[in-house]
Ligand binder design. Structure first.
Ligand code: NAI
Length: 417
């Protein structure tokens, strides 16, 4: 099987959208131009399990310009943009992804990307690494290393590494400052609101918007919801993060209390069963519940299903569950990351930095992977700083430079006055 997608005839539409996205990815474009000259990934087979979006297409082209043979599958059953998959197949790439694929097909696609025996893996949620460490251990001898895009994936990898079970080095792209400061915060903030609004077309102004989890994603989401006039309530389990939310000006309270107030609820915790039966029991009629964390485990959907006397799909990505007392709870996008299910994921300008990290991490692994320990590593700090510098430059923003005297002052302990 060379590819498995919905419909190759969607390619022309996909190419237009990829072209639109690439215009806002100047850092990745610079890397692609250098890759085309230097071919640092020449002869490398790369399996990528990423959301199949226009920005991912730009990354795939960059990796191919560097000489990699790329096999791509989806990192979530609902996040694939079928026209993008078609455009990539039309350009000769091996893509295995169909929006709405069932779990069995999802894993069949992951295995289709592993069958060519990749040298590098590129994950968003650690499903490639998870599958290799489960039933595909035969592949380990040929693997130089992997990269990981998201917080939840990095948590899974650290857990493997701490138990001494990680079988090859992995670079945690999410740990780069040029990734989580921007992608998780501004990317998830904007695109999650975008997904909720496209699905519901509801007014945010004046509503109570409950953000569960005040990490990088939660900060961005709260900021953007407040910017649209919502009254934001944050729930947390970490006192430091909760304190930060209080001082950022939000209401902070246990979810048990927020449950009765919220018009919108959105989880971004990376945790499971954050919203459950006890909360559904308290919610108002018509409360809207969504998730933007990596897996669809943050909302206890089986509990909601068990409580409901009836359910119906009322709009695309909008399912209404009616409870025995007549209250209706609205679940968006099957509890999967709503920014990718109902909208298009992060804007390309922010993915420019995330995927610049991915491309440079792949190059770094080919050059240095054999010397790296079987652990979770960071993208080298100088690369991270260089990506920030290039991004600023592309935006036409200039900054000051340390004088020699200042550099010396900042690195010395003797000068007190
Ligand atoms: P983070 O670790 O910075 O923040 C998570 C926060 O959730 C922490 O402050 C933690 O204390 C809190 N939390 C955990 N359990 C909780 C509970 N039961 N109730 C309330 N708060 C709780 O993680 P980050 O980077 O914000 O990522 C969050 C999730 O979003 C991850 O699953 C990540 O993979 C995913 N993600 C999704 C993106 C998207 O496109 N939708 C983009 C980037 C990340």
């Amino acid at each position: 099987m060379d590819y498995h997608i919905k419909d190759v005839s969607l390619a022309a539409a996909g190419k237009l959208r990829i072209d639109w996205a690439e215009r806002n990815m100047p850092v990745l474009r610079l890397i692609r131009e250098r890759f085309a000259k230097e071919r640092p990934l020449s002869g490398t087979i790369l399996a990528a399990c990423l959301h199949v979006t226009t920005e991912t297409a730009a990354l795939v082209h960059t990796l191919a310009a560097g000489g990699a043979k790329v096999y791509l599958c989806a990192s979530n059953p609902l996040s694939t943009q079928d026209d993008v998959a078609a455009a990539l197949v039309d350009d000769g790439f091996h893509v295995f992804a169909i929006k709405g694929e069932d779990t069995q097909t999802y894993y069949k696609h992951i295995n289709a990307c592993l069958d060519p025996r990749p040298h590098l893996t590129m994950d968003d949620g650690a499903d490639l690494v998870g599958t290799i460490h489960g039933e595909r251990k035969d592949l380990v001898s040929g693997i130089i290393g992997g990269t990981e895009e998201t917080t939840t994936g990095v948590i899974r990898l650290r857990s493997l590494a701490e138990k001494g079970l990680l079988l090859f080095p992995v670079i945690a792209v999410n740990d780069s400052d040029t990734k989580h400061f921007f992608d998780n915060r501004y990317g998830t903030g904007q695109s999650t609101i975008d997904g909720i609004l496209r699905a519901t077309n509801r007014l945010m102004a004046g509503s109570f918007f409950v953000v569960c989890g005040y990490g990088w994603c939660g900060r961005g989401l709260a900021m953007r919801a407040a910017g649209m006039g919502a009254r934001v309530i944050v729930t947390e389990v970490n006192p430091l993060r909760a304190l930060e939310a209080v001082m950022d000006g939000y209401h902070v309270m246990p979810l048990g209390e927020a449950a009765q107030m919220g018009d919108f609820f959105c989880t971004v915790t990376g945790d499971k069963n954050v919203i459950g039966k006890e909360h559904f029991l308290k919610m108002r009629d018509g409360a809207i519940v969504a998730n933007s964390g990596h897996f669809n485990v943050e909302i206890d959907i089986p509990a909601l299903e068990a409580m409901a006397t009836s359910r119906r799909t009322i709009r695309d990505f909008v399912e209404e569950f009616t409870l025995s007392d007549g209250r209706r709870i609205i679940l968006l996008g099957e509890g999967r990351l709503i920014n990718l299910a109902a909208a298009e994921g992060h804007p390309s300008s922010v993915m420019d930095m995330s995927f610049a990290n991915q491309a440079l991490a792949a190059e770094y692994l080919v050059k240095n992977g054999k010397a790296l320990s079987k652990a979770v590593h960071r993208v080298p700090l100088d690369m991270d700083a260089e990506i920030a510098r290039l991004k600023l430059e592309s935006m036409g923003v200039r900054i000051d430079v340390l004088t020699d005297e200042q550099r010396e002052y900042l690195s010395s302990w003797e000068m007190g006055t």
